[in-house]
Every structure is written in C-alpha cells, then in structure tokens.
Design a binder for this molecule. Structure first.
Ligand SMILES: Nc1nc2c(ncn2[C@@H]2O[C@H](COP(=O)(O)OP(=O)(O)O)[C@@H](O)[C@H]2O)c(=O)[nH]1
Ligand SMILES: [Mg+2]
Length: 290
C-alpha cells in the first residue's frame, strides 16, 4: 500500500518479472475478485509468454459471488483455469496443488516422452500489491515464512519453497512477482482505491465515499438503507444530481451514527472513513465493483 509507482519502480518490477518467469513452468496470477479487471495487468501476457497460467480470484469472500462466477466462466473460455478463493483459508488454498499439476500436464507429457519422470514443477505467484500474494504463500506453506502485510517480500536471493502433495514435487519461488496497477483510466484508479489496493493517504476519502455510494445506489440499492438504517429521500432523489444525492446520503449516515464535529455538524470526513472501512472489510456484504 505504500507503493508509489514511479517509472523506476515499474522498470525494476518488470525486469524482476521477466527474470523470474524464465525460471518457472507456471505463473499463478492473483487478481482481486471485487475488481477482476482493474487488479490485473495485461502486460503479464507478454512478460510470461509461453508459460502455463492459473488465475486466482482472491478475496472472493468479499466479492459478489454471481459476478465472480461470470468472470470465472469468461476467463475459462479463454483457456485459463480460474480459482476463486480466500487465500487466508488453508482448506480453500489446498486445491491449488492439483490445479498446478493439471495446468502443467502438457509439460509433464513432454518430459515423459523424453524419459524424464517426476521433474519438479516450478511455479511463481504474481500480482499487484496487496492482492494477497504473501497470504497465499503462507497458506500454501502452512507457516508464516513469507511476510504478509503491506510491504513487498523482503527476500533478495532466489529461494524455492518445496510443496509436496499429489505425488509430485512443486517448487514455488518464495518471492512473488510484483505487477504494477494500470492507472491510465481514472475509473481503474478509483476502483483500486476503493478496494484498498493503493495508498490511501493521498486520496480524498469523501470523494471516494461518494463514488461508492453512487455505485451502491445503482447496483445494490438495498445495502446502505439496511446497514445504516437510513432511507433515501424521494424528494432529494428527484431533484438532486447523483453527486449531491451521494453527499446527502453520506451526511445522513454520519448523522445516524452520531459522527459529529463540535457543535452538531456531521463530520463527513470521518463518516467517509467509516463507510470505506465497512466496505473494505466486508461489513456491507459481498460487493463487486466490476
Ligand atoms: N478478506 C480477505 N483478505 C485477504 C485475502 N487474502 C489476503 N487478504 C488480506 O489482504 C491484505 C494484503 O495481503 P498480502 O498477502 O500482504 O498482500 P501482498 O501485498 O500481495 O503480499 C492482508 O491484510 C491480508 O490479510 C482474502 O482472500 N480475503
Ligand atoms: Mg507481500
């Protein structure tokens, strides 16, 4: 989350991806199930050309299951195996080993024809910051050997984590590949920010909160009234622009929760922080932004 994507960072990340891709048979790409398009970087196709691929739709516990399923089917039609999951849950992560072996089947066949049996399969995990790469590695390995949190992996030298299971050895590069988000489309930037994938301090929380409220009003109109016990005033809905409606709603939430400044004015900055936190932690329910 502390990531600021200066060109130098991007170049370094790209070079690392290229270098590491050469070492593996398979790339396990992580995307955020709530923003499956905005959290991916299409450059991975070029960087990892010729490698087997698996796409993990992580944080599926926070996403709208119907949308996740639509995206899963769409990507599988393109030939990429897709696994929605909650990387924090070991039981959900355990299916990944079988998927790795399946995804590498043609490689295994080629080896077999050459008389090479049980060569370890090498894999790496890749994704934008905060998508859950370290969490996934921890769950796969079963102990906290990979750093989680908001900092990128600290390991410098190349190390492999050996995963046994399904009768074949899988070697996982212990340093995940870092992909950089694509910000050219401002909508993408907003979705990344809402999902908590980019540095929060530099953002206007009120603006984000209002955008979220507008989105929810259009896509999940029952959520805000249910969670905060407020009603959208018909009168306002009829006369106010979408943006003003959202600001109105934010103020109503703050009033309802008693988030006030000195005096009796609603503190919309703190209300915005509450709303964003409720969204990011799943307290508003399972919501997808794409
Ligand atoms: N709800 C939910 N949170 C997750 C999941 N995977 C990771 N996280 C959280 O997302 C944050 C970032 O995870 P981390 O593994 O450090 O991301 P990395 O930067 O890609 O290595 C942490 O707070 C994790 O607990 C998931 O599947 N569901
Ligand atoms: Mg990490």
């Amino acid at each position: 989350m502390e990531y600021q994507w200066y060109p130098g960072h991007m170049t370094r990340a790209r070079r690392m991806m290229e270098e590491n891709c050469k070492l593996v048979d398979l790339v396990i790409e992580l995307a955020d199930a709530r923003i499956p398009v905005s959290s991916r970087n299409p450059d991975i196709d070029r960087l990892c050309a010729g490698k087997s691929r698996i796409l993990i739709l992580n944080k599926a516990d926070l996403a709208d299951p119907e949308r996740t399923e639509i995206y899963r089917r769409q990507e599988e039609q393109r030939g990429v195996p897709v696994l929605p999951m909650d990387a924090r849950k070991r039981a959900e992560v355990s299916g990944l080993r079988a998927s790795v072996i399946r995804a590498c089947q043609s490689k295994i066949e080629r080896d077999r024809k050459r008389g090479i049996l049980n060569r370890p399969l090498r894999a790496m995990i890749a994704g934008i910051p905060n998508v859950g790469k370290s969490t996934l590695i921890n769950s796969l390995v079963g102990k906290s050997s990979a750093k989680t949190g908001n900092k990128p992996g600290v390991t410098r030298g190349k190390q492999w984590i050996t995963l046994n299971g399904n009768g074949r050895v899988i070697q996982l590069l212990d340093t995940p590949g870092i992909l950089w988000p694509k910000f050219e489309d401002p909508k993408v930037g907003i979705r990344l920010a809402l999902a908590g994938a980019v540095n929060d301090d530099i953002l206007d929380h009120e603006d984000l909160a209002c955008r979220l409220l507008t989105y929810l009003q259009n896509r999940y109109p029952e959520i805000i009234p249910e969670r905060y016990g407020i009603t959208v005033e018909e009168r306002n809905a009829a006369v106010l622009a979408e943006r003003e409606q959202a600001a109105d709603m934010l103020a109503a939430i703050g009033r309802r929760r008693g988030i006030l400044k000195k005096g009796s004015e609603v503190d919309t900055v703190r209300t915005a922080a509450l709303l964003l936190d409720d969204f990011r932690s799943g307290r508003l329910g399972r919501i997808s932004l794409e």
